[in-house]
Design a protein around this ligand. Structure first.
Ligand code: DGL
Length: 272
């Protein structure tokens, strides 16, 4: 494969949400070139079967692999949950998902060994976070709740809204009663809900942001592979979407906290 330390980092998500991971990459690795693919034509992944999401992940990976990426980030929690192993097996590229970094941070953070996990229905059903946390420490009790309404709420921009607080209360009261001291934000969109989640869970509950943990993991992995970009010139950031870029641009700039340039709509090569 024609890649070296100045090759880009490839990153895909079901749509806009993975920009929370990209934002952390920008902050921790400002000299890295990136190529982001948002599969906006087929979002959401969180309600789909593992087989369908795995097929989508393969098509996304094929698209990015053809662009000489040095490492692939599966930013989508749902896709990481159900397809990470299969993608690793099938493609000759280093792949990092968001589950292991979040699980590792949660296991390290909990004092009372009671951890909550919130995510899409597919992520919670896959048990990926529970498995990853138990691989580190089996004695940690993990309580998971799907919170499907959070994705449209965040995209609507209602991150600081009474309605969102009511929805969060309804979803989270059961795990709050379990006495968890750590909550994993197991979905790309949830970092934008941190203030509401802190209000509902109480400030003593540690929120684990998988996006931040994944960016750390990428920095460590690139360092150990001697693949950090040595150049301090301006980094190039390309964006691809599978549907019209309009909504991605308006909502995405809020997720990313900066302007999105160089965006293109693309068709993915379907599997036969
Ligand atoms: N990116 C997805 C995730 O992190 C959320 C949106 C979707 O369901 O596609 O699970």
């Amino acid at each position: 494969m024609l890649m070296n330390s100045s090759s880009p980092i490839g990153i895909f998500d079901s749509g806009i949400g993975g920009l929370t991971v990209l934002k952390e990459i920008f902050s921790k690795l400002p000299h890295e070139h990136t190529i982001y693919l948002g599969d906006t034509a087929r979002v959401p992944y969180g309600i789909r079967s593992p087989e369908t999401v795995t097929r989508y992940s393969f098509e996304n990976t094929r698209f990015l692999s053809a662009r000489q990426i040095k490492i692939l980030i599966i930013a989508c929690n749902t896709a990481s949950s159900v397809s990470l192993d299969a993608v690793r097996e099938h493609f000759p590229v280093s792949v990092v998902g968001v589950i292991e970094p979040g699980a590792k941070a949660a296991a390290a953070a909990t004092q009372n060994k009671k951890v909550g996990v919130i995510g899409t229905e597919a992520t919670v059903k896959s048990n990926s976070y529970t498995r990853a946390i138990h691989a580190i420490d089996e004695s940690i009790a993990v309580f998971s709740v799907p919170c499907p309404l959070f994705v449209p709420i965040v995209e609507e921009g209602w991150t600081d809204d009474r309605i969102t607080e009511m929805v969060a209360e309804r979803y989270l009261s059961a795990i709050r009663e379990k006495g968890i001291d750590t909550l994993v934000l197991g979905c790309t969109h949830y970092p934008l809900l941190k203030p509401v989640l802190t209000k509902v869970m109480g400030s003593s509950v540690r929120l684990i942001d998988s996006a931040i943990e994944t960016a750390r993991q990428i920095r460590d992995t690139l360092t150990s592979l001697s693949l950090l970009n040595g150049s301090s010139g301006p980094a190039r950031h390309e964006f691809f979407v599978t549907d019209s870029p309009d909504k991605f641009l308006s909502v995405g700039e809020r997720f990313l906290g900066r302007k999105i340039e160089h965006i293109e709509m693309t068709k993915l090569e379907m599997e036969v």
